[in-house]
Design a protein around this ligand. Sequence first.
Ligand code: NAD
Length: 253
Amino acid sequence: MSRRVLITAGASGIGRAMAEGFAAAGFDVWITDVVAASLADCPDTWRKTRADVSDEAAMAHLFAEIDAEWGGLDVLCANAGIAGPTNAIGDIDLAEWQRCVSVNLEGAFLATKYASPMMRAAGQGSIVYTSSTAGIYGYPNRAPYAAAKWGIIGLMKTVAMELGPEGIRANAICPGAVEGPRMEGVLEREAAIKGMTRDEVYAGYAAGTSMRSFVTAEDVANMAVFLGSDAARLVSGQVIAVDGHTENPDPKV
Ligand code: NAD
């Protein structure tokens, strides 16, 4: 029987690259996303469910479906996240804060809550969280995002301790700045905030890493596939940056 992976927010960006990576590694792939058109654009060989990770009823239904169809789950990639507001701390609206924390952190919690009974019953499993370098260093004008990504690290550490004795591993990947449509929006907003051009901000981000580079979604997916594999059988409780080594988390170049 093939191994089975669920990837939240698997229809685009990093999640889609993870789905492609696990499929190439021979996994059966199940993805969720909120955008129906993005789901429709993904291969029909993947199972697809439209679900908002912050909606507990939808998540409970999703995992009941997985249990009924697959009878278990080997790897969970709790990947869904939104950028949230880009405001100074004194200008953040509480509702925007709550929505950002809800999707990023509560979504990861809910996926873990419903995946863990299946993994415990099997006595094995690997949970891969998508945090961010924002969760390690902070991120100016992105307080709820950074707080939620830091929260994911706390969740991961706890899950690793709590479920490790039952054969379940948990790790968090912290991507740096990933090329793609989402990053283009970030670059435009940062440029407006800092009074710079998009290209200057781009150069500044790359210059803030030892490798002088942006990250690709495939770079992050490669790490997720490794963490989901038996090659990582004793890797748990780890925060793993895939960021080209951040030297300066807030480049002002
Ligand atoms: P993306 O915007 O390209 O894709 C995100 C996907 O999440 C979209 O398909 C969207 O429809 C889906 N989504 C949004 N809200 C959802 C919800 N409530 N429930 C289910 N799905 C939802 O983003 P990405 O860059 O691929 O980001 C994926 C993860 O990586 C996120 O957790 C993000 O915070 C994290 N991350 C991204 C970067 C980056 O530079 N892009 C850096 C560090 C961490």
